[in-house]
Write a protein that binds this ligand. Structure first.
Ligand SMILES: [Zn+2]
Length: 441
């Protein structure tokens, strides 16, 4: 570096030092431990030092403890009561109640309305959270009543919300969390073009309200059929939930079916899903990003259907994105394999099937090369893939594996796999079955 350049760098350093020196002793105070000092007494969740106490072996500050309590209360509440109060002249924010009181709001999350004791505020509003019947528990004069569905599904154990590690343990086979994100395809286009010339403010708002009823109200009730499902967010046109991994694809499929019914099977209103699988202790925000990437992959799916190009309406699971119709077929292959294992066919079946899939993949790659080099016509290419070594290996394997009482079920799997295009789904189906039957660890 030349002398001038060095001088410039030195100049910057000096300027920086000066800037800090202007702060005087304050700059040192920034880096010193706050509070009582001595042993580190900061919150293990947010690193605050305000009123830290140990709960179940974890140090938590007052705000974190209170947010945890809020989560527990919200998961059980039947009513949300909002009371307008005079904001106190000075607020020491310790818990969420203190923060809200600074905004002139007192909040009650209660199972029965009688559990909320008003503090003499100006205005009380009571919203029923899981039922539209908001007058059922009697009426207090001067209160306003209403309902507001809350998207909610929270797995509990002995009255406590299960943590993600516990949820991961509930999965079949491999112990992982399934993180599922779904959203409506082409929503912008739907709003812009869906109503055509009949579009009006009231129609658009009806459309958006209907979607909201599905995502805020209906999703929660679907989740009830899937124990361990933790609905992190659902509203507008999308949702984000965490559950034992093996339930994620089933839950996604069910939501897709119910959504189809909700929009009267309109082929222009579809929904896509992305699933990520992570260990129970994995940071949630990163898991959310992975599931978001999977969802993006699903949105990139394009295929031809009845001569037209169809985009999206897809799912990405186990790193493979495919249309829901293909996913249904892949699931059928997997269910057939699982059925065989359930009736006692040795787990070695999975290895045999994987070898068949590899044979198919190799045949496909060779054929693609021949096709690209012009040595093979397209019709022959299709034949070369479909009628190659893997076929007789499949038949041969499925005859030899298992006992005589398994023959019918084995023949059924064979029939499914010999249907055109099905063998390419064998790989992902075997992986799925392998995860689901893996020894717990
Ligand atoms: Zn904290």
């Amino acid at each position: 570096m030349d002398a001038q350049g060095g001088g410039a760098v030195r100049g910057t350093c000096e300027a920086k030092e000066r800037r800090f020196s202007e702060l005087g002793d304050e700059v040192h105070a920034l880096f010193e431990p706050q509070g009582e000092g001595g042993e580190p007494r900061f919150c293990q969740v947010c690193h605050s030092e305000r009123d830290v106490r140990e709960v179940d072996g974890i140090r938590k500050c007052a705000l974190c403890r209170s947010l945890e309590k809020l989560g527990e209360e919200a998961s059980r509440a039947e009513w949300l009561v909002l009371e307008e109060v005079e904001p106190p002249s000075e607020v020491k924010p310790l818990g969420y109640e203190d923060v809200l009181s600074a905004f002139g709001l007192r909040v009650g999350l209660v199972r029965k309305l009688s559990q909320f004791k008003p503090s003499g505020g100006n205005f009380v509003r009571a919203l029923r959270l899981r039922d539209a019947d908001f007058l059922g528990e009697g009426v207090n004069p001067g209160w306003a009543y209403g309902f507001d569905f809350q998207a909610r599904a929270v797995p509990t154990h002995d009255g406590h919300i299960k943590d993600f590690s516990e949820i991961a343990e509930e999965g079949r086979g491999i112990k992982r969390l399934g993180v599922l994100r779904m959203d409506v395809d082409n929503l912008g286009r739907l709003f812009r073009e869906g109503l055509g010339a009949r579009a009006s403010m009231s129609r658009l708002s009806t459309m958006s309200r209907s979607l909201s009823i599905f995502f805020k109200g209906y999703i929660s009730s679907i989740c009830e059929d899937f124990p361990g499902a933790y609905l992190t967010y659902s509203g507008g046109d999308d949702l984000f939930l965490v559950c034992p991994w093996d339930r994620a694809p089933e839950l996604g499929l069910r939501i897709r079916e119910e959504f189809g019914r909700f929009v009267c099977d309109n082929p222009n209103v579809t929904i896509s899903a992305g699933i990520a699988m992570v260990p129970g202790k994995y940071p949630l925000y990163r898991a959310a990003r992975l599931a978001g990437e999977a969802l993006e992959e699903a949105k990139d799916v394009r295929r031809e259907r009845d001569g037209a190009v169809v985009e999206k309406d897809a799912i990405s699971f186990l790193g493979q994105a495919m249309g829901w119709e293909v996913f249904g077929e892949m699931r059928e292959v997997k269910l057939n394999i699982m059925g065989l294992l359930d009736i006692g066919v040795p787990r070695g079946l999975l290895t045999r099937l994987w070898e068949i899939y590899e044979l198919y993949r190799r045949a496909e790659m060779t054929a693609v090369e021949d096709l690209l080099s012009g040595e093979m016509a397209f019709r022959e290419y299709v034949k070369a893939i479909h009628y190659s070594k893997w076929q007789w290996r499949l038949v041969y394997t499925l005859i030899r594996v298992g006992k005589s009482e398994h023959k019918d079920s084995l023949r059924k799997l064979q029939e499914v796999l010999l249907r055109e295009g099905m063998v390419r789904l064998l790989g992902p189906a075997v992986r799925w079955a392998e995860f689901e039957t893996r020894e717990a660890r």
